[in-house]
Write a protein that binds this ligand. Structure first.
Ligand code: MG
Length: 212
């Protein structure tokens, strides 16, 4: 169901105990590519833009349970449809994707919408703003726990507020994000936040995280 979110009222800034991953300057020092090279995405005055084909970026620091705030904006030049329009994503512990997609008047499969746990759980509603406007995700993540023998003890859990609207309500994470096939459960420790390069010039700003 499409709903109209409240107007964007954000002034970039983070609580004092947060780790700022993208502030109001042009500092990408918290980020790197998979080969550990410096992040090549474009950044100016606190706004970072995916540079297609440079690949995804990940935080140097690794995280477990966390509160993550991230703002993103879809390209104003509308091209492509369904998953081909304004696609990116934010991965918790490098494995579990909360989908970023330009879902404004753009239909796609239900568990591939913005705010979905990709290919697992659709968002409760679609409160997206127009391309070019800023969307916010506030994510509360509880990491899965594993036993000493590597089997699952408890599933991960995730709550997502999308533009202030609840779209994931303590949702159980079934396992890794897979494009095709069932989610996988593999024991792991802390992991990075990853932002996806899906070939679209999605913009980001005001990213901060609190360890829980
Ligand atoms: Mg994606």
């Amino acid at each position: 169901k499409v709903i109209t979110p409240p107007p964007y009222a954000g002034v970039p800034g983070a609580p004092s105990d947060a780790i700022v991953l993208l502030g109001q300057n042009s500092d990408l020092s918290q980020w790197q590519h998979d080969d550990n090279s410096s992040a090549k995405w474009e950044v100016s005055n606190g706004i970072m833009t995916v540079k297609p084909s440079t690949g995804q970026i990940k935080t140097k620091e690794l995280f477990s349970d966390c509160q993550l705030h991230i703002e993103w904006s879809a390209p104003t030049e509308i091209k492509g449809k369904s998953q081909g329009r304004g696609n990116s994503g934010v991965f918790l512990q490098g494995r579990y994707e909360v989908q970023i997609l330009d879902n404004y008047q753009n239909e796609t499969y239900m568990n591939g919408q913005a705010g979905s746990i990709y290919k697992q759980t659709p968002p409760l509603v679609n409160p997206i703003r127009k391309p070019g406007e800023w969307n916010t995700y506030d994510i509360i993540f509880t990491a899965p726990r594993f036993k000493e023998d590597g089997t699952l003890h408890t599933h991960g859990r995730i709550t997502v507020l999308f533009n202030g609207v609840l779209v994931q309500n303590n949702t159980m994470i079934l396992g890794t994000t897979e494009y095709i096939g069932l989610p996988q459960i593999n024991a792991h420790g802390d992991g990075p936040i990853i932002l996806q390069d899906h070939g679209d010039k999605v913009r980001f700003r005001n990213i901060w995280i609190r360890k829980l």
